[in-house]
Design a protein around this ligand. Structure first.
Ligand code: PMT
Length: 393
């Protein structure tokens, strides 16, 4: 994908140090970050911190020498795909709402006509003040994305609304905004993730080792490429990606129902979930007592979600195999009427369940086969989406 440029406006707040993490995370995700700081922001954190990390200058003033270069705020505003103000003080929010332009952040914002994201950070009294609320409503009305703030411990020692949202949340919304014109713009993708849990009794279940990482990486990659994403997820220990509609389920039957409802408007279904093939036939209403030496639990087949859901969308499955990887995956591709299948060897110690990485072989219905090397799950997701994008176009 084309590299996107983000203007990161940092203003005067104790949360300014968190902007470093935001800048670094965005750069890691391939975004070109240009930092602008108000004079107040430089009292909380030095421009040198960003310069050392990003290896490029930070703009702190409207009055930098113009002998050899263009006017800073105009040049910056013309170069960017989005402007994020984080942290955004009450003062900058008022300036943005009122169209004032007397520092590098407000001037650049006024000259910039792309998407604006604002992450407020201030004391609860300032945040709740009618003036700040009116200013935020004005910005929202103009289409700005207001991220947070959160309620919690404040720098003053008190408790209330005004804490800047966590960097991961701000990065998530920024990636969604930057991706709005990506190759999945206007597409809805349903992604499933995690291992379903089939109850044995109220405290025990039949499940598997899926962590959800593969499915969540696909959901995030779809979001970053402009898709509207519905993530149908079995229980995991992961935070759902921001900017993605998340539907929580537990059992295979619930995943089937949620997925069937979600695909109604979808252009693609990508099933990375490890769905139980069998479930206890008669889950006990009470906790089973430890009375017998052995216990036999009768199991019955669950619904095959991929095979049962009908509709006119691209269908992508995963095959989790412990032997005859390509042979078994090709059989599943045919049996489940898939367009693509990503086969992974779940006995590999460096990939598959729980790992941050995966090594998949992508197969298509025309006999095409693409054996990918060990990649991060996010890279696997993007390689898979490249194939889905081709099918969609
Ligand atoms: O979650 P992680 O820890 O990141 O691990 C990732 C993963 C190993 C779980 C993932 O990469 C993966 O392989 N997911 C599919 C696991 C699986 O259930 O494979 P399967 O070969 O049993 O099923 C084939 C396909 O049919 C899968 O797309 C599955 O979602 C789907 N299926 C399976 C059973 C069922 N009842 N209904 C289904 O739709």
């Amino acid at each position: 994908m084309e590299q996107r440029t983000l203007l990161l406006g940092v203003t005067g707040s104790i949360a300014a140090y968190k902007a470093v993490e935001i800048a670094r995370d965005l750069e890691r995700r391939g975004v070109h970050v240009r930092v602008l700081m108000t004079e107040a922001a430089t009292r909380f954190i030095a421009p040198l911190t960003f310069e050392a990390l990003l290896k490029r200058p930070v703009t702190t003033s409207l009055w930098e020498s113009r002998q050899s270069g263009p006017i800073p705020h105009i040049a910056l505003s013309e170069s960017a795909d989005a402007l994020l103000v984080a942290p955004a003080s009450a003062d900058i929010i008022a300036k943005l709402a009122g169209g004032m332009a007397d520092d590098i952040v407000s001037c650049t914002a006024l000259a910039f006509n792309g998407p604006l994201l604002v992450a407020p950070a201030m004391h609860a009294n300032m945040y709740e003040h009618v003036a700040t609320q009116a200013n935020l409503a004005t910005l929202r009305g103009r289409g700005a994305v207001i991220i947070g703030p959160e309620t919690g411990e404040l720098a003053s020692g008190g408790h209330g609304a005004g804490r800047m949202s966590e960097p991961a949340t701000i990065v998530g919304w920024t990636m969604k905004t930057l991706g709005r014109k990506g190759d999945f713009a206007g597409r809805t993708v349903v992604v499933t993730a995690g291992g379903t849990q089939e109850p044995i009794d109220p405290v025990r279940c039949v499940t598997n080792h899926s962590s959800g990482k593969m499915g969540y990486a696909i959901a995030e990659a779809c979001r970053d490429r402009g898709a509207d994403v519905i993530l149908v997820t079995a229980p995991t220990g992961l935070q759902p990606p921001v900017g993605v509609e998340t539907v929580n389920v537990v059992t295979a039957q619930q995943m089937y129902e949620a997925t069937r409802a979600a695909v109604r408007e979808a252009h693609a279904l990508i099933m990375a979930a490890a769905v139980a093939d069998y479930r206890p036939s008669n889950p006990a209403a009470d906790k089973i007592k430890k009375e017998r030496e052995t216990l036999v639990i009768p199991l019955e087949r669950t619904v095959d979600i991929l095979k049962s859901i009908e509709g006119d969308f691209i269908r992508v499955g995963f095959a989790a195999e412990s032997s005859s990887l390509e042979h078994n995956a090709r059989a599943k591709l045919a049996e489940k009427h898939l367009d693509l299948i990503a086969a992974n060897d779940i006995t590999a110690s460096d990939a598959g369940f729980g790992s941050d990485n995966n090594r998949v072989t992508i197969m298509d219905r025309d006999g095409g086969i693409d054996r990918l090397p060990l990649l991060s799950k996010r890279e696997v997701a993007d390689r898979l989406l490249d194939r889905v994008a081709k099918l969609l176009s």
